[in-house]
Design a protein. Structure first.
Length: 505
């Protein structure tokens, strides 16, 4: 039960590749000097990284329509459908050779359909300590986000500073009616030094998170469901379930991360990075003297290594390895009989733990052929979620093994650039298991059994993406369709995708 499994189930991992052409704008935008894009093989964990990607300088604006139709929801907590409009813009500008600034802004407005068993926002960040009901419905959402960073140089030393902010509002117009207001702020510092053709850099960041949630019932016929304060794997705070003032929650969180990165300043060579991040939030009852009745600590360790090389003049290749481990640990308060008496001296027990390892190995080959760029990618991945509920002895284990590939063709002719990619994959789930003791309430047991049955089912997926760009002097107009189809062995399906139009200059 993890975001990594969701990504594994819903998407194929695609290669990034670009075309070379005669038009100067297309050459700049689509990376003639870097046929295998460096950002594909070097994650930007430090802001000083932007000093070493001059081919990415420029501005992009895009309007998109995002959609999802799922005959079978992988997670009902995220809904079975989506209709969302989005606008986003980003820019990277070099003030001079050793100084750069970048920024981005985005706005989303849409509707999540058939969201059930979750009334809190940011489910993948907060689970299992969310509030939920058995009715659900359409959830309206609106989100603003922006980010910025600056990087400079003092001799061989590089430095950077950056930050981001996200504001999310979600609500429902039928009972039960959640209204969630979320803010998410991050600040980051980076420093590094050049060693020949390599830059060794490190970063440190701080994150502050807040979400205020309330659920109301307006029907004159009375409440159509109760709200449950979930604690994971078929359990909840039974004494807090209901429809009154205990349906108001507050999530307060803080986190930090540290990263180190080795980056090559040319198209070929080795790049590597390692990152550790920690995020902890406390769930409060605002109407009960802000009693902090549960805590969740999430820790992540990620390592990355990649190598890009060339054979002859036209054949390029890349190898990429990602390793990760996530640990989610939940502490729950022993709440006194009169919870309004205050939060002093509350005792906590560690009752929830979820261990999630992951690994992925990818290879890519790219060559010039038939006047364009032909690429092929193949790889395999593994991830797992082993969630345990102490005391109740509840347990659910999901393992995913995935194989995938991608074929791509990109070419330019005059002022027109075309880029088409077809990705395909298969996901299997060996070694899955679930154990929910008989004392688990029946309605929660049915929900988790149904979710387990969805998660352990094998699937095939296909993704088709395209990009058409037309250069008009100093600007380029773009159209980008994207569609993914997933089919499970039971015959259920899911269709997700987007269509976007934009301007690049």
């Amino acid at each position: 039960m993890t975001g990594k499994i969701i990504i594994s189930a819903l998407t194929a991992v695609l290669a990034s590749f670009t075309a070379a052409g005669q038009d100067s704008l297309l050459v700049r935008l689509y990376d003639k000097a870097q046929p295998i894009k460096a950002e594909t093989f070097t994650p930007a964990l430090t802001d000083v990284s932007m000093l070493f990607v001059p081919w990415m300088a420029g501005t992009t604006t895009e309007a998109l329509y995002n959609f999802s139709r799922q005959g079978k929801a992988v997670f009902t907590q995220n809904g079975k459908g989506l209709d969302m409009g989005e606008f986003k813009a980003s820019s990277l500008k070099f003030l001079r050779k050793d100084r750069a600034v970048k920024g981005s802004v985005s706005y989303q407005r849409g509707v999540k359909k058939d969201v059930c068993w979750n009334t809190s926002s940011d489910y993948e960040l907060l689970y299992p300590y969310v509030m939920a009901d058995t009715v659900g419905g359409k959830l309206q959402m609106e989100q603003y986000a922006f980010a910025g960073a600056y990087a400079g140089s003092i001799g061989e030393w590089k430095y950077g500073i950056g930050g981001s902010y996200r504001a999310l509002h979600e609500y429902r117009q039928t009972d039960p009616r959640p209204r969630n207001i979320t803010s998410d702020l991050s600040l980051r510092l980076s420093a590094g030094r050049v060693f020949g053709h390599y830059i060794l850099s490190a970063s440190a960041s701080y994150r502050r998170y807040h979400q205020l949630q309330s659920v109301t019932f307006l029907s004159p016929k009375g409440a159509n469901t109760a709200e449950f304060h979930l604690t994971g794997l078929g359990t909840h705070y039974a004494r807090l379930a209901g429809t009154g003032t205990l349906t108001n929650l507050r999530f307060r969180g803080n986190g930090f991360s540290t990263a180190i990165q080795l980056q090559k300043d040319t198209a070929e060579g080795l790049s590597a990075s390692a990152e550790y991040s920690q995020f902890q939030y406390v769930r409060h009852l605002p109407n009960q003297n802000e009693v902090p009745y549960s805590k969740l600590l999430t820790q992540n360790v990620n390592a990355f290594a990649a190598y890009r090389g060339r054979i002859g003049g036209k054949l390029l290749y890349g190898l990429r390895l990602n390793l990760g481990y996530e640990l989610r640990q939940g502490d729950e308060a022993i709440i006194p009989n009169t919870i309004a008496s205050g939060a002093e001296g509350l005792k906590y027990l560690t009752l929830y733990r979820n261990r999630m390892p992951s690994a992925e190995l990818t290879g890519l080959v790219q060559t010039q052929a038939a006047g364009g760029t032909l690429s092929f990618e193949a790889g395999t991945g593994y991830n797992a979620s082993d969630a345990v509920r102490k005391g109740a002895d509840n347990r659910m284990k999901i393992q995913s093994v995935r194989g995938f590939g991608a074929l791509g063709l990109a070419f330019t002719k005059g002022r027109i650039m075309t880029d088409v990619k077809l990705a395909f994959g298969m996901t299997a789930h060996p070694g899955c298991s679930i154990f929910l003791p008989l004392r688990t309430e029946r309605f929660l047991e049915k929900h988790y059994i149904a979710m387990y049955d969805r998660l352990k089912e094998s699937s095939f997926d296909f993704r088709l993406t395209g990009k058409l760009a037309c250069s008009l002097g100093k600007i380029a107009l773009t159209i980008k369709p994207d569609a993914t189809v997933i089919r499970w062995n039971s015959g259920a399906y899911a269709l997700t995708g987007s269509i976007g139009a934009g301007i690049e200059f």
